[in-house]
Design a protein around this ligand. Sequence first.
Ligand SMILES: Cc1ncc(COP(=O)(O)O)c(C=O)c1O
Length: 414
Amino acid sequence: MEDCKIAVNPWTTTVPPSPTMGIKLLADDMKQKGAVVYDFGVGEMNPEIPLPTAFYNGLVHALQNKDTHYCPSGGDLSLRTVLSEDLKRNFDLEYPPSQIVITPGPKDALFRAALAVMDPFAIRNRGVCFAPVYESFTAMPYLLTGKQAFVIPTDKDFLPDFNAFTELLKKNHEHIAFIIINSPNNPSGTVYSKEVLHRLADIIKQYPEIALISDEVYRTIRYDNEKPFSIASLLPNQTLLVGGISKEVSGTGLRIGFVAAPAKVAKAVEVLVGHFTACVNLPVQKAYATFLQEDKDMKIRTEIRDKLKVKRDLILDQFRKLPGLKDCVWKEPQGAFYFFPNIEKYYGKKTPDGKVINTDDDLSVYLLQVGHVVTLAGSKFEKAGYLRIAYASSNNEVLIKGCEELSNALAKLQ
Ligand SMILES: Cc1ncc(COP(=O)(O)O)c(C=O)c1O
């Protein structure tokens, strides 16, 4: 019998769990009972798009070379150097290796970046993000300070409400440590245009003490053929750019992220990595460096993007033609690998066993139970009325079949 009297930090029990957890438990239970489940819940490319061979070879080579010792906390110099070159060549960004810090994964990079600019005991201890939000953007500031993040609404195209944002900053700027943006976006697939980034930068630069964390983990997955453009080029002294290999090269389990930032902040992030992690695992750093050397022209990353585009188009095609799906309102995703249709038209309808669908959560659970399709409710991303469909990890046949099952299940609602 447990009789533990330790006073656990209450923020850890009151922070909302990861959005995938509830539905994943239900789906796992169904799979265990032998059901075929169409899993559009998980945000990764594995096993459909594997780690590129160049990366894999670099990893094997690093192990054979016994590159398994400690390295500097900021990261292996060979990786920081090629990352710096890659940022310059392919993203038009100038960061010397000393301003790029390697972290154990993008999520960790976000957390280190937040901690580097947020003193939990100072008055400036709030975060700001835009709905729909990736889970960590609200969880991070809460876990650091017990204070809720400010969540700015967005319009039907998922673009920021600039008036609300301007007003919030006017009233609360002394309390705000950081603002986070995420383009290409999880869960909506929205890509902020240059014009939107300029508008945001014009507002944010009026408050030079506030950090801007730009989560660009999907930066190479955009379908508009535009060259990647980062807000870091507009606000180099305020931006903490976060990237990593999870989504760019199907390396979710390998855990490498990075923060590129002004020198002072990069130093702070490096200190945090030194104390929390010592350094990130060296073989994967070596492998990432090998990969970037081989992918100087972004050919491999572009090929990955092209495969994802086929999947996106396939989903759009199904939503254009299948009954039940074709009447949903949706915006064509321009990047990342998520589709985010509005499903409010199903509110008030009854399932065959008489339950009323009142929320996006109700619909998501119904679609799993009846259609065997895993989706995530938009409310988990602070944007109720939507469903997130992650299309990267399934093969094309499964995507087609899964959409048909969605359509069949929706047809049964009265
Ligand atoms: C926008 C965004 N940022 C960061 C991450 C974190 O990536 P990882 O879980 O590989 O650390 C994710 C993962 O889904 C994401 O969607």
